[in-house]
Design a protein around this ligand. Sequence first.
Ligand SMILES: Cc1cc2nc3c(=O)[nH]c(=O)nc-3n(C[C@H](O)[C@H](O)[C@H](O)COP(=O)(O)OP(=O)(O)OC[C@H]3O[C@@H](n4cnc5c(N)ncnc54)[C@H](O)[C@@H]3O)c2cc1C
Ligand code: FES
Length: 273
Amino acid sequence: MNEGFEQPVMMKIDKIIDESDDTKSFMFRHNLDYNPGQFIMVWLPGIDEKPFAISSFGEDFFGFTVLARGNFTKLLHNMKQGEQIGIRGPFGHGFSIPDSIKDGTGSACIIGGGCGMASLTVLIEKLQDYNTTILIGATTKTKLLFKNRYKDITLFTDDGSEGRNGYPTDILEDLHKKHKYNIIYTCGPEIMMYKVYEFCRKYNIQCEASLERYMKCGIGICGQCVCDGQMVCKDGPVFDSQALGKMSDFGSCSLLKSGQRVSLKEYGEWIGC
Ligand SMILES: Cc1cc2nc3c(=O)[nH]c(=O)nc-3n(C[C@H](O)[C@H](O)[C@H](O)COP(=O)(O)OP(=O)(O)OC[C@H]3O[C@@H](n4cnc5c(N)ncnc54)[C@H](O)[C@@H]3O)c2cc1C
Ligand code: FES
C-alpha cells in the first residue's frame, strides 16, 4: 500500500548517485502515494527542513535530487549511504495529463531547465509511450541533468558546450508547427517558464509550470510561499495557464527568505542563478 506522511518519518538512505559535479540523487526503499510534480519536505534534525521534488519513483522506491547551493544542501551532500533523513509528504498539486494525450490523439512537450528537470523526470517516464517531445536546457554541459536517462531528447546549452547552442524555447515555434502540441509542461528558471507560458498563450496551448518559492511549512499554514494570493505549496507547485494568467508575480517578482518582495532578477542574484 502506498503512503504519504504528514509528520517527518526517518528513512535510511539506500543509495547515493552522483548526477554531476554539484548534484546528487538520494534513493530510499519506501513506497509513497505520489503524483508527478508533487514535492516532499526533507528534514535534517537540528538543522532545517526544505522542499525537494521527487526525481525517481517506483512501487518500492523513491529518490530526490539535490543541487548543492547553501548550508542545507551542502550538509545533504556530505551524508552517506545508511544514514537517516526525515521525510514529510508528498505535498501539493502535481501535473495533469489530458485525455487527448492518454488516448494518443494529442501531443505534449516537456521543457526542463537546470535543476528544474528533477520535477519532470517522473512525468517524462509516465508519458514516454505517448507522443511527447523532451527538451532539456542548462547553462553548460556539466549542468545537463538526466540526459542519459531518456532516448529522443534534444539538449541545449547556453554556451554551446553540448547539444544545440541556445534555449529550448528557441525551437518551440518550429516544433509546434510539426507536432501541434495540446499541452506544454515546464520547470526551471522562472524566466524560461514565463517564455513558455507566453508562447502557449499565443498559440492557445495548455501550459503547466512548476513554480519555486521559498517554503517553510509546505502545507499552506505559514504564508511564506504566497504568489498573488496562491499558496505555491498547496495550490501548486504546478499551476495551469488559467492560474498563471492571474498571477502578476509570475515572471516578475518573488519573496526572499525575509518575506521581502523583490524582482526576479534580484531573486536570481540571491539564489545564484
Ligand atoms: C517545490 C520545490 C521543489 C524543489 N525541488 C528541488 C529539487 O528537486 N532539487 C533541488 O536541488 N532544489 C529544489 N528546490 C529548492 C531547494 O528547496 C533549495 O535548493 C534548498 O532549500 C536550498 O537550501 P540551502 O540551505 O542549501 O541553500 P540556501 O543558501 O538557504 O538557499 C539557496 C536558494 O535555495 C532556495 N531555497 C532555500 N531555502 C528554501 C526553502 N525553504 N524553500 C524553497 N526554496 C528555498 C532559495 O531560492 C535560496 O535562495 C525546490 C524548491 C521548491 C519550492
Ligand atoms: S510554505 Fe507555508 S504556506 Fe506555503
